[in-house]
Design a protein around this ligand. Structure first.
Ligand code: ADP
Length: 214
């Protein structure tokens, strides 16, 4: 986030003279305490400054990177997830290609009759399957998909930072957001959302544009 000129001045004063009260900062800037209130609120909410009752404001010393990291950790999957697009495991490669185009997504989640997650299909999985001479309508997706338990998933309560790390480490574009359901002692996964690199980019832009007023 970008600080305005007055916020930069306040930051300098607190760095030099903190802990310092709001009243004293206002005096140094020849302004009233009330005028400074919104700027002080922004500086404390964004983590640059901290305040203790009867002591005053002090500089936290946190770098922009540390503050970004803290805010990214607080954002959760459920705030940014998109609607999932699923296909049944009995669908053909041809059907899956059509769905991918019609739904305008890069990753399809494959489910069984019970609507439990059984696999995942990416654009390249479908391209690879299309390179041979097979009839795409007769090739079932279940033989080309990446299947459970090898599918990396996430939960609505996971942090966006955690998910971003998974996407990078596994070199994948998206993850199904799942809820665990237990059937006769076996744990299955219901797909309730989709979290892709686009959602991570949106979270990044959200933090960058967030002026704390909202
Ligand atoms: P693309 O193949 O279009 O570059 P990805 O990088 O997402 O897209 O997929 C690469 C491979 O990883 C594919 O074979 C795909 O099936 C698999 N894959 C994609 N997402 C996941 C996931 N969440 N968990 C496990 N494997 C995945």
């Amino acid at each position: 986030m970008e600080l305005n000129e007055r916020q930069e001045q306040i930051l300098e004063i607190v760095k030099e003279s903190g802990p310092i009260t709001g009243e004293q900062i206002a005096e140094k800037l020849s302004l009233t305490r009330a005028t400074l209130r919104p700027d002080l609120a922004i500086l404390t909410m964004s983590g640059f400054l901290d305040a203790r009752p009867r002591v005053g404001y002090y500089y936290t010393g946190k770098t922009g990177g540390q503050l970004f990291n803290e805010r990214m950790k607080k954002l959760t999957v459920k705030e940014f997830q998109s609607i999932p697009v699923v296909v049944n495991e009995s669908a053909s490669v041809y059907d899956a290609i059509c769905t991918m185009f019609l739904e305008d997504v890069g990753t399809l989640f494959v489910v069984n009759k019970q609507a439990h997650l059984v696999g995942i299909l990416s654009r390249k999985d479908l391209l690879r399957a299309s390179m041979g001479k097979q009839d795409l309508e007769s090739v079932p997706i279940s033989i080309i998909m990446t299947r459970m338990p090898n599918v990396t998933t996430c939960k609505p309560s996971d942090s966006m930072l955690e998910v971003a790390n998974k996407l990078i480490n596994k070199q994948i574009d998206g993850l199904p957001v799942v809820r665990e359901v237990e059937d006769n002692g076996t744990v299955n996964h219901e797909v309730i959302g989709r979290l892709t690199k686009t959602n991570v980019t949106k979270a990044f832009v959200y933090i960058a544009n967030d002026d704390i007023h909202t």
